[in-house]
Design a protein around this ligand. Structure first.
Ligand code: NAD
Length: 343
C-alpha cells in the first residue's frame, strides 16, 4: 500500500483524496486544512485523519467538533508521497519541509515548473516520472492540451498548435472571484503562459496560446487549431480520440453544445461531484483539411488533473512501470470510462 497524504484539502485536494482512496494499491494517511469549514467536515465524514497547518488553531477545530490528528509535519511523516494541493505559490513554501523529511511530493499547476524540476502528464511522460522525488502535475488547461497534442503528434507530427482558452472566472464555490459582467483578456499579451507550460511536458511542440476569462464557473472551452507535417485523416483523428482513455467525444446525438449541458449530463450520469475527467471534444467541430485540424474541447478545471495525480504517485513510487496500465488501473478503480461510451 502506498501511503498518501493530501496537504491542502480544497477543490483539487478533496478530489485527489477520494481518487486515491478508491485505488487498491494506495491509502490516505491524512489530509490537511487551515481552518474548520465544510470541507473539514467532509474529510471527517470520509474517515480521513485531519491534520492542521497551524497548531494554534487546534482549539478552534476541536470546538467545532473536529478531531485533530496532528500537524502537517506529523502527517507528512506518515506518508510515502505528499500531494500538495495548497493554493498556488503556497506549495512552494512547503518544499523545505518535504526535503527535511525526505518524503516524495507532487505539486499542482499553480506552482512553477522549476519548483519540482519535472512536469507531468500521464499520457505524455509517465516513464520519466518513475522514481522521481518531486513532480508537478500541470494545470487543468495544460493537461487538456497535452493529452490531445501528444496524441496528434505521435500519429501526424505536429508542426504548430494555436489554441485559444476561454476560461471560467472561478470555481463554483469561489464567492470572491469574477468577472460578473465582462470578458477579460487574461493576459492582454500574446502568448499566454499556457503554451510555455505545455512545453514543460512536450518541449519539442511549437505552440502559441491566447487566453480570456468569462463569467462562468462550469468549465473552460478551448478553440484549437493544429497543423501537422503528415496529412490528416478525419476518420483516423476521430478514432484516435475515441480510443484514448481520457479523451471524450461529444457526438451529435447527445445534442450538447455548451459547458452547462455537459455538466448537467455528468450530473445526470451520477458521476461523483458531476466531475468531467476527460477532454470533451465536440465531434461535429472536428474539421480536417489536409494538414490542418480544428476543434472545440471542454475542460472541467476541477476534475481533469485528479487522475493524473494518482498516476504520478504510482510512477514516482516505481510500483507500476507502464503508464497505460496505470491509467487503466486508475480509471477502473473510479469506475470511469469516457463519455462517448454513454451515447
Ligand atoms: P483551494 O483554495 O480550493 O484549496 C486549497 C486548500 O489548501 C484549502 O482547503 C486551504 O484551506 C488549504 N490551505 C491553504 N494554505 C494551506 C497551508 N499553508 N497548508 C495546508 N493547507 C493549506 O485551491 P485549489 O483550487 O484546489 O488549487 C490547489 C492547486 O491546484 C493550485 O496550485 C491550483 O493552481 C491548482 N489547480 C487548481 C484548479 C482549479 O480549477 N481549482 C485546477 C487545476 C490545478
Amino acid at each position: 500500500m502506498i501511503r498518501v497524504a493530501v496537504n491542502g484539502y480544497g477543490t483539487i485536494g478533496k478530489r485527489v483524496a477520494d481518487a486515491v482512496a478508491a485505488q487498491k494499491d494506495m491509502k490516505i494517511v491524512g489530509v490537511s486544512k487551515t481552518r474548520p469549514n465544510a470541507e473539514a467536515f467532509v474529510a471527517k465524514q470520509r474517515g480521513y485523519p485531519l491534520f492542521i497547518a497551524d497548531m494554534s488553531k487546534k482549539a478552534a477545530f476541536e470546538k467545532a467538533g473536529l478531531i485533530v490528528a496532528g500537524s502537517v509535519e506529523d502527517m507528512c511523516r506518515l506518508a510515502d508521497v505528499v500531494v500538495d494541493a495548497t493554493p498556488g505559490k503556497i506549495g512552494a513554501t512547503n518544499k523545505s519541509l518535504y526535503e527535511k523529511l525526505g518524503v516524495r511530493a507532487v505539486w499542482q499547476g499553480g506552482e512553477e515548473h522549476e519548483l519540482a524540476g519535472f512536469s507531468f502528464n500521464s499520457s505524455c511522460n509517465y516513464k520519466d516520472a518513475i522514481g522521481k522525488k518531486f513532480a508537478r502535475v500541470v494545470s487543468c488547461n495544460t493537461t487538456g492540451l497535452c493529452r490531445i497534442i501528444n496524441a496528434i503528434d505521435k500519429e501526424y507530427d505536429v508542426e504548430h498548435v494555436h489554441a485559444i482558452m476561454i476560461r471560467r472566472g472561478g470555481d463554483p464555490s469561489d464567492i470572491k472571484r469574477g468577472p460578473i459582467d465582462a470578458i477579460v483578456l487574461d493576459p492582454v499579451t500574446v502568448p499566454s503562459h499556457h503554451g510555455p507550460d505545455v512545453q514543460t511536458v512536450l518541449p519539442h511542440i511549437s505552440i502559441t496560446t491566447m487566453a480570456l476569462i468569462v463569467p462562468t464557473t462550469m468549465m473552460h472551452m478551448h478553440a484549437v487549431k493544429i497543423t501537422t507535417k503528415k496529412e490528416l485523416s478525419h476518420e483516423k483523428v476521430v478514432d484516435l480520440i475515441n480510443r484514448h482513455p481520457r479523451m471524450g467525444l461529444i457526438k451529435k446525438s447527445l445534442g450538447i453544445k455548451s459547458t452547462a449541458e455537459l455538466k448537467e449530463y455528468a450530473m445526470d450520469l451520477g458521476r461523483q461531484r458531476s466531475d468531467v475527467i476527460e477532454n470533451c471534444i465536440f465531434e461535429e467541430s472536428i474539421y480536417v483539411n489536409k494538414n490542418e485540424l480544428c476543434f472545440f474541447q471542454g475542460i472541467h478545471q476541477e476534475a481533469d488533473v485528479v487522475v493524473e495525480n494518482v498516476d504520478v504517485i504510482r510512477a514516482m513510487m516505481g510500483t507500476e512501470k507502464d503508464g497505460e496500465k496505470s491509467i487503466k488501473t486508475t480509471n477502473d478503480a473510479l469506475g470511469f470510462s469516457t463519455i462517448q461510451h454513454t451515447h
